[in-house]
Design a protein around this ligand. Structure first.
Ligand code: IPE
Ligand code: IPE
Ligand code: MG
Length: 252
């Protein structure tokens, strides 16, 4: 089965999952974190090359302070306790997003886990943390404007590759599969640039219930999709016969 090379997941529905069971939202986040561990390890076991998890958006700061504080505490604790398992599973940890706004204790732990896993050669696990697609595009545009101002490039040089290289996710290829749990079919400011040709898979399952079988369903559906990248079905089939199964180079 053709596995996606970069899976990105919008982990949504912790609060509703908890509410439906008569618990508070915090309990939903605890179960969501446990689920994240299981899905990370399952993806590594299946030899997925890149997994990105939308962990905290730039808009999530608008939530009640107690919830934001709890999410930060949970992130720090889980990263601390799971770093050894990441090493054991040869997973390399990365972060994208504006980390400068994170509480110092969280930032220290994030940097610690990045450092401790930097020599791992297996799956790239990326947390999108204080991440906003529009914000990173704004930063990229500012940086390109500075390059023009300093005479390093000319406006006519600006192309897809130059913009992609300014994004913090430039070390990753674009996601080929984006999964969103809990039935919402929106990006919520996630991977606006990178999602250009991603397949979008929405499941009504709340994130704390999204298990290995649910992941397999998403992968099975992905494997059946004909990815045309603007071409015709006949061209895609011909490319397959010619042994060329990859998207146009600027989309990889
Ligand atoms: C996802 O679950 C976790 C984060 C966004 C941090 P939610 O907390 O958004 O759960 P719902 O959408 O309210 O059910
Ligand atoms: C998106 O979920 C952010 C993360 C999963 C981290 P939200 O629950 O914040 O998205 P909206 O508000 O429903 O669009
Ligand atoms: Mg939500």
């Amino acid at each position: 089965m053709q596995l996606p090379k970069h899976v990105a997941i919008i982990m949504d529905g912790n609060g509703r999952w908890a509410k439906a069971r008569g618990h508070n939202r915090f309990f939903g986040h605890i179960r969501g974190a446990k689920r994240a561990k299981q899905i990370i390890e399952e993806c590594a076991r299946l030899n997925v090359q890149n997994l990105t998890l939308f962990t905290f958006s730039t808009e999530n700061w608008k939530r009640p302070a107690e919830e934001v504080n709890f999410l930060m505490l949970l992130l720090r604790k889980r990263l601390k306790s799971e770093t050894k398992n990441l090493i054991k599973n040869n997973i390399r940890f990365h972060c994208i997003g504006d980390l400068s706004q994170l509480p110092t204790s969280v930032l220290d732990q994030v940097n610690n886990t990045i450092e401790q896993t930097k020599n791992n050669t297996g799956m790239n696990l990326t947390f999108a943390l204080n991440y906003g697609g529009r914000q990173e595009i704004i930063s990229a545009v500012k940086s390109l404007a500075e390059d023009v101002d300093a005479g390093r490039i000319e406006p006519k040089d600006i192309d897809e590759a130059l913009i992609s290289n300014k994004l913090p996710s430039s070390f990753l290829q674009d996601p080929d599969l984006i999964i969103r749990t809990s039935g919402e079919s929106r990006l919520s400011n996630f991977f606006l640039w990178q999602a250009a040709y991603a397949e979008f898979y929405v499941t009504p399952i709340y994130w704390p219930d999204f298990d290995a079988e649910a992941l397999q369903d998403a992968f099975s559906k992905f494997a059946l999709i004909e990815r045309r990248f603007g071409m015709t079905s006949e061209q895609v089939l011909k490319n397959l016969f010619d042994g060329n199964n990859s998207p146009p180079i600027d989309l990889v």
